[in-house]
Design a protein around this ligand. Structure first.
Ligand code: BG6
Length: 497
């Protein structure tokens, strides 16, 4: 594929001095600048309500923010000073956006830009509807060049609100202009999942109900909710992680081969998987909430002790669920998903457990248990693949041992936001969530939020979630698996938690 081409453009960040801009967007843009994707005319316009902020203040703010990320160079300083602009916003009405519209035209005139614009909504979700409406009413939804709208997650709080937001977006912007971000799709190994599945003839014939026993997707975090109680109390792990990140990993793992590697083909295969899912039964989902505990030898507070959390809050910080797909490929193969905050370590991985040999020819030997082959795709912290297989232990008596074939990237990975921003600027929607997809996903999870919300079982911080998560797996005759992330990376043995 040719390197992506980025037209000269104006990148407008609504919420231009916020945390997302500071920690993610700015470093990603800076890397694109350093890799020469952004030509001299391309500019960044920050729009925010920050009192007293102006162009000069914004340039200093951007330079300082980059320095905090360890990005300091003469070229970056010059870039901030020559390419950054700021437009203040008053109090949410269309008049403010007239100022933004005028400013955009002035910058384009001064820099010679020809009207290519990306609007990035780095805003709290409550501000999405008014901002989209104001942009639309002022005609900022189109221009002489291309206009693209980038919307952060969460896209809606349930099916009804996602449908409402989609309808509003489509009132002003076409689907082809709309980029719904899920930063997991920007992670290198997520894209590698497609390369792995569809670039290797070895695995695809095995990728079905004949050969696979079950698939587990784990996204574990050591961190708690940090200082985000305001958001998290209204979200919880199902909205924060499952509906988006875990569901993306799930659909990419389960989908059929697309007709080609392009946005429409891939996104339509993902939607088909979601539409083939059977509704989640109450016994196939459970919630947990962390209590005080110990992680890496340090005491950490429980969810109820976190600043800003209501004492009686029932919000879930852990979710485990079983998904079942009713199609020819996957009928009868359970997909187990789990995510939680304050678990023992940060790890994101997909574990594919293959079926055992139909008969063990070693059954007459003592302690000669045959284990299933397991393929582990690790997304973080160290991206790569492990495939376990059985070998004979040297010498006597005849015994089997499990060993791993192991692949790890040894080059630094691009930042997820770097990949995604490049795609927005190059007009590639492959790694963005389609409106149909977001609705199909909410259709699955909405009943859990409204009709039969599970109670949250307590679990001590530093453990792998509530005991009942293990008991339920036991009832299915299975256990949760993880690779031991051995320091030597030599022989990550597979084991249950
Ligand atoms: C965000 C969630 O979308 O993803 C956070 O809001 C979570 O709660 C984060 O911590 C995890 O992302 P990553 O890339 O660190 O796995």
């Amino acid at each position: 594929m040719p390197a992506k081409k980025v037209d000269p453009h104006l990148f407008v960040v609504m919420g231009g001095t916020g945390d997302l801009m500071h920690r993610k967007l700015l470093p990603a843009l800076a890397r694109l600048h350093e890799a020469n994707y952004l030509d001299q005319r391309s500019s960044v316009l920050g729009v925010a309500r920050t009192p007293g902020m102006d162009d000069a203040g914004f340039r200093t703010w951007a330079c300082d923010a980059l320095a905090e990320e360890g990005m300091v160079s003469e070229s970056l300083r010059r870039w901030c000073e020559t390419s950054f602009y700021f437009e203040p916003l008053g109090h949410s009405d269309v008049k403010d956006y007239r100022g933004v519209a005028r400013r955009i035209e002035k910058i384009e005139e001064a820099t010679g830009l020809s009207g290519n614009r990306a609007f990035y909504l780095a805003l709290p979700p409550a501000a999405f509807p008014t901002t989209i409406t104001d942009l639309g009413k002022l005609g900022l939804n189109k221009s002489k060049g291309w206009t693209r709208l980038v919307i952060e997650k969460p896209f809606g709080r349930d099916l009804a609100s996602a449908q409402e937001l989609n309808a509003l977006v489509h009132q002003y912007f076409d689907e082809s202009q709309t980029y719904r971000i899920d930063h997991y799709l920007g992670k290198e190994t997520v894209q590698n999942l497609l390369a792995f599945r569809f670039g290797n003839a070895l695995f695809e014939p095995l990728w079905n109900r004949d050969r696979i026993d079950n698939i587990q997707i784990t996204v574990a975090e050591e961190l708690g909710i940090e200082k985000r109680a305001g958001y998290y109390e209204t979200a919880g792990a199902l909205r924060d992680m499952v509906q988006n990140h875990l569901t993306q990993l799930f659909t990419l793992t389960a989908m059929e081969a697309p007709a080609s590697f392009d946005a429409d083909a891939i996104r339509s295969e993902k939607v088909k998987v979601l539409r083939s899912l059977t509704p989640i039964e109450p016994e196939n989902i459970l919630f947990g909430q962390y209590t005080a505990g110990t992680i890496n030898g340090e005491h950490v507070p429980g969810y109820h002790e976190e600043p800003g959390v209501a004492k009686e809050s029932r919000v879930e910080t852990f979710v485990a669920l079983k998904l079942e797909i009713a199609n020819w490929r996957w009928q009868g193969v359970p997909f187990y998903l789990r995510t939680g905050k304050r678990l023992p370590k940060r790890v994101t991985q997909i574990a594919v457990t293959f079926k055992q040999p139909p008969v063990s020819v070693f059954r007459s030997f003592d302690s000669c248990l045959v284990h299933s082959n397991v393929l582990i795709i690790t997304l973080q912290p160290d991206e790569g693949f492990d495939l376990s297989f059985e070998v004979k232990s040297p010498g006597q008596p005849f015994r089997l041992e499990t060993h791993n074939m192991h692949f790890r990237y040894d080059t630094p990975m691009p930042l997820a936001y770097q990949t995604l921003l490049l795609d927005v600027l190059a007009g590639d929607q492959t790694l963005f969530v389609h409106g149909d997809e977001v609705e199909a996903s909410w259709r699955l999870y909405s009943p859990l939020l409204h009709e039969y919300r599970p109670m949250a079982h307590p679990y001590a911080a530093g453990t792998w979630g509530p005991n009942v998560a293990h008991t339920r797996m036991g009832q299915d005759g299975r256990s949760w698996i993880l690779t031991a992330l051995s320091k030597t990376k030599a022989q990550g043995k597979l084991h249950g938690d």
